[in-house]
Design a protein around this ligand. Sequence first.
Ligand code: ADP
Ligand code: ADP
Length: 227
Amino acid sequence: MAEIKLEHIYKRYPGNDKDSVTDFNLDIKDNEFIVFVGPSGCGKSTTLRMIAGLEDITKGDLKIDGEVMNKVHPKDRNIAMVFQNYALYPQMTVFDNMAFGLKIRKMPKDEIKKRVDNAAEILGLTDYLNRKPGALSGGQRQRVALGRAIVRDAKLFLLDEPLSNLDAKLRVQMRTQIAQLHQRLKTNMIYVTHDQVEAMTMADRIVIMNDGKVQQVGSPDDLYNRP
Ligand code: ADP
Ligand code: ADP
């Protein structure tokens, strides 16, 4: 659990003549499930990638538990990210895919095994640990991607349209599974989607973005059900 603050965050990509993110402000409380929603190109991914450290922040501060994180290397942020295309290594087994982020952090082998086994158990992947991603269904692949994030024991999970490659039925199942995961792990999650229904069913608070700006922030009730 952590307190995360985005203070007047701007992003201008090199060569662009306009900001992709403009004056983004948000305080995230302990254990909160935040959803960024908005049309394609409104800056959701850019904001997430700045939090992960995969893009530089042009202006403004990202603070986690009071510490400015702008220049901290992604590896040292204690943030885990799940990508839309799963980003699994096809030549590695499920176990090795989940273990990879721990190996590069030089974690002892027995601790890695404990964490991977635990994540596999949570996600129902115990019987698939020796398979390669090519031999898994889309839903199973997405669970491996979640597993890779879970083993990190991160303060903050970032999920960038994680379900958009799945069919409608599976998407609904995985929504529930991710919501349960959030309850169980007691971490902060930021979930990006262009799907309003997804936002409404999953979020504690929704951040509605448009054209690089935050338009509204509130609970699903505040935003959609009140006159
Ligand atoms: P979303 O995730 O909401 O679809 P993005 O954050 O991907 O939006 O994009 C926001 C804006 O930034 C868009 O106008 C997009 O074209 C621009 N953009 C995204 N990535 C880059 C990049 N690497 N270089 C230049 N412009 C980019
Ligand atoms: P590097 O090679 O730059 O030291 P890594 O080997 O940790 O970084 O990972 C390669 C890239 O993927 C880096 O940009 C890193 O930030 C990113 N990355 C790796 N694991 C994660 C993760 N779990 N969540 C978010 N980003 C990650």
